[in-house]
Each structure stands twice: as structure tokens, then as C-alpha cells.
Design a protein around this ligand. Sequence first.
Ligand code: AMP
Length: 186
Amino acid sequence: MNIILFGPPGAGKGTQADRIINHYSLAHLSTGNMFRSAIHNKTPLGVKVSSILASGELVSDDIVVALVKEETEKDIYTNGCVFDGFPRTVAQSVTFDAMLSERGQKVDLLLSLTVDNHELINRILSRGQGRSDDTEEGIKHRLEVYNNETKPVLDYYQEKGIVVEINGTGSVDDVFNRIKDSISAI
Ligand code: AMP
């Protein structure tokens, strides 16, 4: 089962991804985590994307898709995965679907976490992870990038009939219970 966990920055994708992977024994792929780890380890990829992450812009589709393609060739992904922060553009979605289809797989479900903008900004500012892009300006810019470039991914998958909207407010357990209900319905 391949699930895309979708939503704006601060919607709780990382937290819910952890719950889902533990409950359903799925792999977890977060492109944001992969980039942060590359930056931390000062790999050539990390050096290339460091200023992009700090600015809140998106890394180019070519780089992201190549990274995901290489990573998902590993055996741990054969039973399915929660994709968190990917795909983030329609171009990434199209290439991703083609890649899965070559492997006889597909995206089974897109869970779209919804939280209002005011709460998103408060959540990010209070999560205190010290991320270089977690300033108020940085967050506002990431929300803009999300609205302009990432939201169209929803329409793309809506046409395929696999989108389920999840109310992302309430406790972590509340949100996870809603997610479990949606997963058991497919
Ligand atoms: P995240 O942890 O998912 O919020 O990602 C942090 C940052 O990594 C984003 O603001 C982008 O700069 C970059 N990034 C992560 N995933 C992608 C993606 N699928 N496409 C382009 N850039 C990405």
C-alpha cells in the first residue's frame, strides 16, 4: 500500500507518518528529512540544496525525482510506503506515477491533512526544532510556495479518485483515528 501524506507545512505530516508506519508496518520516505540529512552530512547533494531549503523554495523536480527513484529501489519499500512531502509538484506526481506503474504499483490513497493558516504558523513557530526555515517569514513563504506549486497536486490526484480529506486539528490520537478510518475504507 502506497500512501501520500499531503498537507501544508505544519499540518502534522511527520507526526502522523510515524503513527501510520508503526501501525501498518510501512516504510517512510520524507524528502525533507533526506535533504536535511544530506545537508547535515555535507554530501554533494546537501551542499547543492542547502540554500534552497533555507529560502523555503522547492528543490528542482529532477533532483527530487532522481533521489526518490534511487531510494525506493531498496527492498524496504516493496511492501509499500508513506510518502511525506513528496510529490510536491504536478510534474513530480506524473513522473512518480509512471515510476510506480513500471514496478506494477500505484498510489493507493492520498490523505490530505487540513489545518487553518493561523494554526499552522503557530504550530511551526512553537515546534522549536531550530530548523533554519522556521522563522515567521520563512513559514509564510513556504505556505505561499505550497499554495502556488503544491496544491495543484491535490487536483491531479482528485481526478484519480484517491483523495481523502482529513481534519488535521485536535490531538495526535484524534487525527490518527480519522486516518485509520480512511485507510480501513479502501
Ligand atoms: P519538508 O520537511 O517536507 O517541509 O521539506 C523541507 C524543504 O525541503 C522544503 O521547503 C523544500 O525546500 C525541500 N523539499 C522537500 N521535499 C521536496 C519536494 N518533494 N520537492 C521539492 N522540494 C522539496
